[in-house]
Design a binder for this molecule. Structure first.
Ligand code: CTP
Length: 404
């Protein structure tokens, strides 16, 4: 059975010549088992008629946000909730810019903002436009928020030029959508993931913290969920949005993080420690705000529990325990040292400092297992996270078969 069976896919068509491929896309999505509804931007109607898309989708096509008759049926908020996936194909430079900036100036842009569905964009434009710094920035900003960019591909273009900017073929788009969902490689597996920094209080208003933004951890959580895993996220202080379908508990300190992890770890198949847990906390937390004085302030720090090492040492530990290591030098030796010392199955190491790693949209990872090494060069964190999750899925031991 295709993983598109029963999926509710909203196809958004915008004004590019590649819109002529959309009827075939809709037909193929339906053949793969998806239920499809189509919305069009005003520009799209210059390239293809609503009647064609109504015929292939089996539903009325909407293009107007303020259409009283359509709103009386399935209103735009209902449509936003209805969708499991929103696929914008073709996605013009204009719609990419509007989505990157969060505009809500037509039906499609409004639906995207109002929906928790997976968002896929199939860019299609002239190669010079695709290369333009503004388009690249907008696409990178969307990718960083977890939006999935499909292509563009290379080849001859409608404008007569050769290069990157062609919309992927309908069959390729359908294959990409089918690759995620309930039948992903980690379907039926449960993961506990830590992400973000921890804040260790000194007094009621101050804490010791670090520069972790939580982006890498949240990207790993999103990629695990996409691969079909059931995920419990234990998040340190972070304003990032929870990826769809993920259970989240917010914590502040390393001690709270450890408690939240231990309360959820029984029966988990995997644990991924991405959090930048503070190694130390103030021995005492002042009950009142510490007042300024002329003498030096001495703070005694005591070690925090190592959550990752504790999980790996549990008698009934998850089948796969994965750590992260942020290193400023000698990455391989340091990472392999932690792999062994903490009893991990995999460790993902990156170089930090010199503005690399923390707070950055891109990252590079060196991943080590006792018997293997993978090198993932710099790319946006969501992409990197998907590759790490592919390695996790590959290394996940098969379930024991219980004989009756
Ligand atoms: N980690 C953890 N609990 C801690 C410290 C770290 O769970 N108290 C986890 C992190 O989530 C990460 C891994 O351990 O997956 C590596 O953390 P890192 O700080 O690089 O390693 P340390 O063992 O603290 O070594 P050092 O700081 O000396 O490099």
């Amino acid at each position: 059975m295709s993983s598109l069976a029963g999926r509710q896919v909203l196809v958004g068509v915008t004004g590019g010549i590649a819109a002529y491929k959309t009827p075939e896309l809709v037909r193929r999505l339906r053949e793969a088992g998806a239920e499809v509804r189509v919305i069009m931007s005003a520009g799209a109607e210059a390239f293809i008629t609503p009647l064609t898309l109504q015929a292939v989708s089996g539903h009325r096509v909407r293009s107007d946000l303020l259409d009283p008759e359509a709103e009386a049926g399935m209103g735009h908020i209902e449509l936003a909730r209805w969708a499991d996936d929103i696929l914008v194909a073709p996605a013009t430079a204009h719609v990419i810019a509007r989505l990157a900036h969060g505009l809500a100036d037509d039906l499609l842009a409004t639906l995207v903002l109002a929906s928790e569905a997976r968002l896929w964009l199939a860019p299609a434009m002239n190669r010079v436009m695709w290369d333009a710094a503004a388009v690249r920035d907008n696409a990178a900003r969307l990718a960083e928020r977890g939006v999935r960019l499909l292509g563009p591909g290379s080849g001859s273009q409608a404008c007569g030029e050769e290069g990157q900017g062609r919309m992927l073929e309908p069959a390729e788009l359908v294959a990409a959508l089918s690759a995620v969902g309930a039948e992903g490689p980690l379907a039926g597996r449960r993961f506990v993931v830590t992400a973000g920094p921890t804040h260790e209080p000194l007094d009621p208003v101050r804490f010791i913290g670090n520069r972790s933004s939580g982006r890498m951890g949240f990207a790993v959580v999103a990629a695990l969920a996409e691969a079909g895993a059931d995920v419990d996220l234990v998040a340190g202080p972070s304003t990032l949005a929870t990826p769809p379908g993920v259970r989240r508990v917010d914590v502040r300190t390393a001690i709270e993080m450890r408690e939240a992890v231990m309360a959820r770890i029984a029966g988990a198949d995997g644990f991924v420690g991405v959090a930048a847990v503070a190694d130390y906390r103030p021995a005492e937390v002042a009950g009142d705000k510490i007042k300024k004085s002329d003498s030096a302030l001495r703070v005694e720090l005591v070690p925090n529990p190592d959550i990752l090492a504790e999980v790996a040492a549990l008698a009934e530990r998850p089948a796969l325990v994965v750590g992260f290591a942020a290193e400023t030098r000698d990455i391989e030796a340091a990472a392999r040292g932690k792999l062994e010392a903490k009893g991990l199955d995999l460790i993902a190491a990156n170089q930090v400092g010199d503005d690399r790693g923390f707070e950055q949209a891109d990252n590079a990872l060196e991943i080590y297992a006792a018997d293997r090494h993978w090198s993932l060069p710099a790319r946006p964190k969501p992409e990197l996270a998907r590759e790490l999750v592919a390695i996790i899925a590959e290394r996940m031991p098969l379930r024991e078969q219980h004989s009756q």
